[in-house]
Design a protein around this ligand. Structure first.
Ligand code: GLA
Length: 378
């Protein structure tokens, strides 16, 4: 991919050799929809990246070509210069968020491509934001903006330019990712710890339902609003400070929908910590059990699953897979599966056959390796 991007860059912008940057998509072992509730998450960066060739151009214009979409965009750096292409808004947003923080950004020329599957719940958008945030920091700010702020720049880009009121998990994982390590992140304090992840005798595999996952204008923002209403009713800042007894105590004053959303969040918060403990003991059976519990909660209480993902979860159960659940924001995308090595081949074969028989296409199998996050390549 690197050579291809460099050669396309040379065609579009022949005058100068660019610097190369990359940032990663992410998986999340457990802790879904907890980030914007001040809870814990447990993600890791993966070996699927967005990669960009970038060079400052001395103008106040950004000129950028997307290899995968085969589109070119050109925009200025003022608020009114918002580009029309949705993919370019991620880059524009990153530039604007640097400016809002008093950091430097000038015009640049860029070409980028990626292998993070789009719409599969692997945070291709966070990878794009983090790649450009890392590059802008390196090229224009001598890396003076710290990594926490880089993650927040990506998150604010989603809020202010892309219409998704997301939490910090995806951008944090993309920026802070470390090879062979998952990250336990406390989304309230942003304290984090790396957990070496070498599941002996198990594999992590994603099965993409190919149901398009699109968080913009989605019920994602509505889920967040439900949680915020319940927190407000309880008089706490976020549901991090609530437990099931507190939620039960206001059950009569909130809608049934809000009740079930909040119930899921407080249960999920505890599951992340239980999984961290289990991992430290090498107890993958408990990890897997919690993954199934998360799936059930996301499907029934949080209502972010869909028929195809529930079916993939049932198939995993039927095969005796250790853990399986919908991953990411939901409304389509992938399941993440923790599978014993000995079961891997037969599970994949069985899942493909059964899913194909019901939906007329096979799920896409995505093997992931836990890898480094944002970085300069050259
Ligand atoms: C999306 C958001 C994240 C997080 C997850 C659900 O990926 O971008 O902030 O809320 O959904 O856990």
């Amino acid at each position: 991919m690197e050579e291809k991007i460099k050669s396309i860059f040379a065609e579009h912008f022949p005058y100068k050799t660019p610097e190369m940057y990359a940032s990663a998509g992410r998986i999340n072992l457990i802790g879904e929809h907890t980030d914007y509730n001040g809870g814990f998450v447990f993600p890791g960066a993966i070996d699927k990246v967005i990669m960009a060739a970038i060079v400052p151009n001395g103008l106040s214009q950004v000129r950028v070509y997307s290899v995968d979409i085969q589109e070119y965009a050109e925009f200025g750096l003022n608020e009114e210069d918002l580009p029309s292409q949705s993919w370019a808004r991620y880059i524009f947003g990153v530039c604007r968020e640097f400016q809002k923080r008093g950091a430097a950004v000038g015009g640049f020329d860029a070409v980028f491509a990626g292998d993070v599957p789009l719409g599969a719940g692997l945070s291709s958008s966070a990878a794009l934001e983090s790649c450009f945030a890392f590059a802008v920091n390196d090229l224009f700010n001598d890396n003076k903006v710290d990594k926490f702020e880089l993650a927040k720049i990506g998150q604010s880009t989603e809020h202010n330019y892309c219409g998704v009121n997301c939490g910090i998990m995806d951008q944090f994982a993309s920026i802070f990712g470390k090879k062979d390590n998952l990250i336990r992140l406390d989304c309230r304090s942003l304290e984090y710890a790396y957990f070496p992840f070498h599941p002996q005798g198990y594999k992590l595999v994603l099965l993409d339902s190919k149901v398009k996952h699109e968080l913009v204008d989605s019920p994602y923002n509505k889920r967040r609003a439900s949680c915020e209403r319940v927190a407000k009713r309880l008089g706490v800042e976020t549901l991090r400070d609530a437990d099931i007894d507190m939620i039960n105590s206001v059950k009569g004053d909130i809608t049934a929908e809000d009740y079930f959303r909040a119930k899921f969040v407080v249960e999920e918060k505890d599951r992340v910590l239980a999984v961290c403990d289990a991992l430290e003991k090498g107890d993958y059976e408990t990890v897997g059990k919690k993954m199934y519990e998360t799936h059930a909660g996301l499907s029934v209480d949080y209502e972010v699953s869909c028929e195809e993902l529930d079916y993939l979860n049932d198939i995993a159960k039927e095969c005796g897979v250790t853990g399986s659940r919908i991953m990411g924001g939901g409304f389509g995308g992938c399941t993440i599966n923790l599978v014993k090595d000995s079961l891997y081949e037969s599970f994949i074969k069985f899942a493909k056959e059964k899913f194909n028989a019901k939906y007329g296409h096979e799920p896409r199998v995505i093997d992931v390796v836990i890898s480094d996050g944002a970085r300069r390549l050259s």
